[in-house]
Design a protein around this ligand. Structure first.
Ligand SMILES: *[C@@H]1O[C@H](CO)[C@@H](O)[C@H](O)[C@H]1NC(C)=O
Ligand SMILES: *[C@@H]1O[C@H](CO)[C@@H](O)[C@H](O)[C@H]1NC(C)=O
Ligand SMILES: *[C@@H]1O[C@H](CO)[C@@H](O)[C@H](O)[C@H]1NC(C)=O
Ligand SMILES: *[C@@H]1O[C@H](CO)[C@@H](O)[C@H](O)[C@H]1NC(C)=O
Length: 206
């Protein structure tokens, strides 16, 4: 199911039970993520990978080198294996939490993560219409979205897109967020929308 199809499930989201189904760790499932926090400005926004960070809203920034048959750029972000981007590039692209608490991904052809980064645990819990993705490292319980004002780390893409307003962090009280105050951030549920495509979403995210 595509993220856009999930929007038709809004009534279901509103009825989301507080308790999640049992955990299934180490799953190879691929999924997109959409935020759920009712009565907030971040309800039902897609999670997107842009310039090594993650945002709610906007479009993913992906890339296909020339001469790769069948390779496609995508503006949706697909996660696989719990904490990797769903890419073809050799070495893959891992998802981690940097020392400031920001959710990030490794650059193509590089395993570099800043010293003090956390690799998880990230958990994926499958569900019927959608599952649930979470980060539980460092005592965190999931994610939060923090407002930016365009002065942050977002790199302008070759596509002329505005910087998404909400940057994603681990839900940590000591996170270093753009506005300077964690109280400006909004916690959210990361709904996981299964992606049943049999090929990786793109070559790489940039
Ligand atoms: C995402 O890409 C598809 C086709 O690749 C395009 O039709 C759609 O308009 C794009 N969505 C946005 C929000 O740019
Ligand atoms: C933030 O708090 C968590 C949980 O107490 C801790 O594990 C982590 O090291 C802290 N991070 C920083 C940068 O102080
Ligand atoms: C907006 O940018 C200014 C610097 O131009 C900075 O001082 C302020 O903290 C920023 N606010 C947010 C919410 O990022
Ligand atoms: C996923 O599965 C559904 C139903 O089986 C199908 O309609 C849809 O085209 C599939 N999507 C992809 C990307 O393969």
């Amino acid at each position: 199911m595509k993220i856009s199809a999930l929007l038709s499930l809004v009534p279901l989201v509103a009825a989301l039970p507080g308790k999640q189904a049992k955990q299934a760790k180490g799953s190879d499932a691929s999924f997109g993520v959409i935020s759920a926090r009712s009565a907030s400005p971040i309800h039902l926004l897609p999670l997107n990978a842009v310039g090594s960070y993650f945002y709610l809203g906007g479009n993913a920034q992906s890339y296909c080198p020339e001469g790769i048959p069948g390779c496609k750029q995508t503006n949706e972000t697909v996660i696989t294996g719990g904490h990797f981007l769903d890419v073809t590039v050799p070495g893959g692209q891992a998802i981690f939490v940097d020392p400031k608490g920001a959710l990030r991904f490794t650059a193509p052809h590089s395993a570099y993560e800043p010293a003090g980064s956390s690799d998880g645990p990230f958990t994926y819990t499958p569900g019927n219409s959608f599952g649930h993705w979470s980060y539980e490292g460092q005592g965190a319980s999931g994610f939060m979205a923090c407002p930016t004002n365009g002065t942050t780390t977002y790199r302008r893409s070759r596509r002329d897109a505005a910087a998404p307003k909400w940057q994603v962090y681990a839900a940590l009280q000591n996170a270093t967020v753009p506005s300077g105050s964690v109280s400006d951030c909004i916690g959210f549920d990361a709904l996981a929308v299964a992606d049943n495509s049999t090929v990786p979403a793109t070559w790489e995210y940039i």
